[in-house]
Design a binder for this molecule. Structure first.
Ligand SMILES: *[C@@H]1O[C@H](CO)[C@@H](O)[C@H](O)[C@H]1NC(C)=O
Ligand SMILES: *[C@@H]1O[C@H](CO)[C@@H](O)[C@H](O)[C@H]1NC(C)=O
Length: 252
């Protein structure tokens, strides 16, 4: 019995060392290159392990790395213009997660919010990742896989300032101008924009002039629900995903 008590942990730790080398868990590094502070929010999809944090502040130039459990799925976004009110309630002008606190509590971003979405397989499988404007846009966002061994592992982004280019009827206006840009679905609720009701299949839901407008500025991002072909990216064995908010703008 005593011998087994020594040998079993020894065998399992050798196994652990081996597997953790082959299938090392990944991490997210979030970087704020915006000229203003942001408060990233993180939401874990049902059925996968939680991240060590669900929300924190990032001042301009700051970054934060968090370890990610194997086979994690979920989304990340940036909240903006957050503050504590006199009653101690934490709220954000864009992409609030409704928790009333710095950390989010199981809810996603209130649209509009630019999203980085992940479905990580780990264990030698293929990770899926994307940038989505399906819930609108608030902050430029870039996703860069590091150390990938197979799959595409492309850096993807919606790095354009779409707030300044937002069609008037979609704009969310704050004290200093447009602070976020709604999707046409959010703004008008029309099933043909939302790919809902009779339009809930890839065959019946087509891009709209609004989704095409977003796509023209951010060709790598989801512009409507069935935009999969040009908006889903894969990477195998990445050791890190760098998510940068307001990555230096492209030249256009
Ligand atoms: C990688 O991406 C390019 C361009 O986005 C695409 O043409 C190609 O089919 C992709 N390859 C794989 C293996 O996903
Ligand atoms: C889309 O079409 C509608 C009417 O069909 C028009 O009012 C609107 O300005 C168009 N939007 C864009 C971004 O082209």
């Amino acid at each position: 019995m005593a011998k087994l008590g020594i040998i079993l942990p020894l065998i399992s730790s050798i196994f652990l060392i081996f597997t953790s080398d082959v299938y090392s868990a990944t991490k997210f590094t979030l970087i704020n290159q915006c000229t203003y502070p942001i408060w990233p929010g993180l939401l874990t999809a049902l059925g996968t392990s939680q991240l060590p944090t669900t929300g924190f502040a990032l001042q301009t130039g700051e970054s934060n790395s968090i370890s990610v459990p194997t086979a994690w799925s979920g989304r990340l976004w940036a909240r903006t213009s957050c503050s504590l009110d006199s009653a101690g309630k934490f709220t954000c002008a864009t992409a609030d997660c409704g928790s009333g606190k710095l950390e989010c509590a199981g809810s996603g971003a209130t649209p509009p919010a630019s999203l980085a979405e992940f479905s990580l397989k780990g264990g030698g499988g293929l990770d899926f990742y994307d940038v989505s404007l399906v819930d609108g846009y608030n902050v430029p966002i870039t996703v860069e896989p590091k150390g990938g061994r197979f799959g595409n592992c492309t850096t993807i982004e919606c790095a354009t300032d779409l707030n300044s280019k937002c069609p008037k009827e979609l704009g969310v206006v704050g004290p200093s101008g447009t602070i976020a840009c709604k999707s046409a679905c959010e703004a008008f609720g029309d099933p043909s924009y939302c790919c809902s009701g009779a339009f809930d299949t890839p065959d019946t839901c087509s891009p709209s002039n609004y989704s095409q407008y977003f796509k023209s500025w951010c060709p790598q991002a989801y512009s409507y629900a069935y935009d999969d072909v040009t908006s889903t990216f894969t990477c195998g064995g990445a050791s890190e995903y760098i998510i940068t908010f307001c990555h230096s703008s492209p030249a256009r």
